[in-house]
Design a protein around this ligand. Structure first.
Ligand code: AHR
Length: 799
């Protein structure tokens, strides 16, 4: 075990690492009398992306799913039931649209009694005594009967009902105020009628009267955000703003005004978006959260690498300028007047705009320049954020960005290692916005260990917040019934929510930020690393390939596992979105051209073994992935043969690649593959040729990570301490430059019995912070930090 001494000096910019031979007790020294740079007031924020049904089916509380019948050419999420003698049917109709943005409606050919049913998003949360506004546009052809509208519980009880009558041949809106007689989180809506003729329905809506601050959003989910005390909110994406292709890019102008003229748009995260949570609602939410809005726009580049031609970028430039006018312009300006009409005459004071998402390369640089030059000419005070390339981390240089957005999705250990990353950043370069980060490997659905990794990284960002001025975890929300990304900070269903342990890390930082950094020295040892162990696997990335004759042997030659794929893939876990696995001619074959597809087998306790198999590329851009030492379905540990568009061969551990060399895989040729694993030693052969002979890079993880700040209003010294070790660490804490501290002091501790512990809807606070006071005799004291814990200490210097 080595002993590591870390010192962060006044500006928090210089970091000295001194290795000493002997282990010593841990010590954290804080120079309270030598305050450093200010803590960025924008440091702790949130990133709201419409992903995982965060908006529709989430914070935007419309209870009816597919209210505008735009989701597909079928009446998705609607069910029609006939009464005994009825023979009615329903279909999507586009013969006479409600308006030019809402081209489809529901047509019911009525022949006797019928009931239309909508369950919303896995049940509607109805609360006794609360009011619900029903609204629908309707017209008829020879259908003169009234419609009965009911909210029904999951056990069949009518919770509220009303009647709609007076339908005519023209579109009219009909409304009802329904008050619930009882509660049920899984209720549904029914609309029933009888007789003959044709009924047309559109924009069928059921909205709760109670919304957060009366601004139209779901109360509990808004409160879950409010509790974080975030200083900014980036919105609305992410990949969502890029869109799958040119036709599905996010354009804010389609998201304002009357709800029924907002054009729904297919969301890359697998659902149709109503745009009910539009630009205005996002701005209002930011204001209500007291968070600076950070609006991200599409930069003319889509996820499928389609770019808007430069000659057509004029519209994108104009949209960016108009967005700023909409948010900030006077009420007599074109776009400012629309904001006023929507209910907010005062400006929203938008100060930050992000150009694109995860874009890079020359195409991005050209579009960045176009947009930035135009925005800076008209609105020089707006801070413009550039994205950094996913390929090489670079960002546009000309014009110089005010801020650059970096994203990290990694293991807990690699985020811990990043705690020092910003110590060396150029203090004259652009400021850094870590716009997306999270522990995504070995994280379960958000466990304690992941939260510990994130907290360690955050101590580094706080210590360097002269450079890292903004940071936000991602993603924020997930509807538990539609998880397109894992993990997510806030998990919810129709009626409740819980925060993963990482949520509490965000809350603890957000509520205990402090105003000025205090230089902090941490003397600690590194965490002993376990011997690498885990399952085997095969995988593909944008490629079809097949695998056969898989064999795993122990060092003594004993056969641990063999797969002949004679009939099926028994014993294998077949993973990956959109994967197409099959077994054919004694081989396991994967034919979908998707990323991160893998099949796993074996035992997580295996340490030393030899994996041998044959692999053949069928088609696609890359070669194949051979996985080993896998402990989690989301592990990224593999030998990538023919990766990087079939140009390289390398070992990949999480986001880092090791021992890369040029290589190319031929389509249609069977390759012999062998990997030998002994402790940290990895050897890889391709067709008998030794390609890699390396020591597996081991994460150099320290036991303790710490940062310290002072809160100007209270005078409190705030020390944040992460113990990343699995065992308790007794630590001497020395607050230099003060004589006394008032007793008792406050400790807020986040920990749990196991690093794998998670919260759930039934146990939402299993891993949550506990506050305790403790007596301190003076500025030097001892405290034991539990294994896998994050602690905030608040201490008041005495007179
Ligand atoms: O946060 C989830 C996704 O991760 C975002 O949409 C994208 O920006 C990133 O790749």
């Amino acid at each position: 075990m080595k002993n590591v001494k870390l010192t962060s000096w006044l500006a928090g910019a210089a970091l000295a690492i001194i290795l000493t031979a002997n282990a010593q007790p841990a010590k954290i020294s804080v120079a309270v009398d030598q305050p450093g740079h200010k803590v960025s007031p924008m440091l702790c924020g949130i990133f709201f992306e419409d992903i995982n049904l965060s908006a529709d089916g989430g914070i935007y509380p419309e209870l009816v799913r597919n209210r505008s019948f735009e989701d597909s050419d079928q009446p998705d999420y609607w069910k029609l039931t006939n009464a005994d003698v009825g023979n009615s049917s329903m279909a999507i109709d586009s013969s006479r649209p409600l308006n030019p943005s809402n081209l489809h409606c529901l047509r019911v050919n009525a022949e006797g009694g019928f009931t239309l049913e909508n369950d919303g998003y896995w049940g509607m949360n109805i609360v006794k005594g609360d009011g619900y506004a029903f609204k629908a546009a309707a017209r008829e052809e020879n259908f003169n009967d009234p419609l009965t509208v009911k909210i029904i519980s999951s056990t069949g009880t009518v919770l509220a009902h009303g009647e709609v009558s007076g339908l005519t041949g023209r579109w009219h809106y009909h409304t009802l105020n329904l008050v619930a007689s009882d509660s049920d989180p899984k209720a549904h809506l029914e609309i029933s009628g009888a007789g003959g003729g044709v009924l047309f329905l559109d924009m069928v809506s059921l909205m709760p009267d109670k919304t957060w601050k009366n601004h139209g959003l779901r109360v509990d989910l808004s409160e879950s955000l409010d509790a974080l005390h975030s200083s900014f909110m980036r919105f609305p994406g992410g990949n969502w703003i890029e869109g799958n292709d040119l036709a599905h890019m996010y354009h804010w102008k389609s998201t304002i005004g009357d709800i029924d003229v907002r054009a729904p748009l297919w969301n890359t995260w697998g659902y149709n978006t109503t745009q009910g949570l539009g630009f205005y609602e996002y701005l209002q939410l930011c204001e209500d959260l007291n968070a600076e809005p950070v609006f991200a726009i599409n930069c003319g580049m889509a996820l499928n690498n389609q770019d808007v031609p430069l000659s057509r970028m004029g519209q994108w430039v104009q949209d960016a300028l108009d967005a700023i006018e909409y948010a900030n312009g006077p009420t007599n300006s074109v776009w400012g007047s629309l904001r006023a009409q929507a209910g907010h005459p005062a400006p929203f004071h938008l100060k930050y705009m992000e150009i694109g998402n995860e874009n890079g390369g020359p195409d991005y640089a050209q579009r960045w320049a176009l947009l930035v030059n135009a925005i800076r000419a008209k609105y020089p005070a707006i801070k413009l954020i550039a994205t950094s390339s996913l390929q090489d981390g670079s960002h546009p240089l000309n014009p110089k960005p005010d801020i650059v957005d970096e994203h990290y999705y990694e293991s807990a250990e690699s985020l811990m290692r990043r705690a020092d990353q910003y110590d060396d950043y150029d203090r004259n370069g652009p400021k850094i916005f870590v716009g997306e980060y999270a522990v995504t490997q070995n994280a379960g659905e958000g466990n304690l260990r992941a939260a510990i990794g994130e907290a360690a990284f955050m101590t580094g960002m706080e210590r360097n917040s002269d450079v890292v001025t903004m940071a936000s975890y991602a993603p924020l929300f997930v509807n538990l019934n539609h998880r397109a990304w894992n993990p997510d900070l806030i998990n919810f269903n129709s009626s409740g929510w819980y925060g993963i342990p990482g949520y509490y890390v965000q809350e603890m930082f957000g509520n205990n930020r402090g105003d000025v950094t205090l230089p902090t020295t941490v003397e600690t040892t590194s965490v002993p690393q376990p011997t690498p162990a885990g399952e085997i696997g095969v995988g593909t990335w944008n490629t079809a390939a097949e695998f056969k004759e898989v064999k795993v042997t122990a060092p003594d030659g004993k056969l641990l596992f063999a797969s002949s794929f004679s009939k099926n893939a028994d014993g294998w876990k077949l993973l990956g979105d959109g994967a197409q696995w099959s077994v054919r001619d004694g081989a396991l074959r994967q034919t979908a051209q998707q990323t991160f597809i893998r099949a796993l087998a074996g035992d997580r306790s295996w340490t030393d073994y030899t994996l041998a198999l044959k692999a053949r590329k069928i088609s696609g851009r890359e070669g194949f992935l051979i996985l080993f030492h896998i402990n989690d379905d989301d592990d990224h540990v593999w030998w990538n043969i023919g990766g990087w568009n079939n140009t390289q061969d390398a070992l990949e551990y999480g986001s880092g690649s090791v021992d890369g060399k040029p290589d190319r895989i031929e389509t249609g040729r069977w390759y012999d593959i062998k990997i030998e694993l002994k402790g940290n030693h990895v050897k890889c052969w391709l067709d008998g040729q030794l390609m890699h002979d390396i020591q597996r890079p081991r994460p150099d993880v320290r036991c303790l990570y710490a940062s310290a700040t002072r809160d100007d209003a209270s005078g409190d010294v705030i020390v944040k301490v992460v113990n990343a070790a699995p065992f308790p660490v007794e630590t001497e804490i020395a607050l230099g430059g003060i004589q006394e501290i008032s007793s008792p002091a406050l400790a807020i501790v986040l920990t749990s019995d196991s690093p794998h512990d998670e919260n759930s809807i039934d146990h939402p606070a299993k891993v949550s912070p506990k506050a305790e006071t403790f007596d301190v005799s003076g500025p030097d004291f001892r405290r034991t930090f539990p294994g896998n814990s994050f602690t905030v200490l608040r201490m008041k210097p005495g007179e």
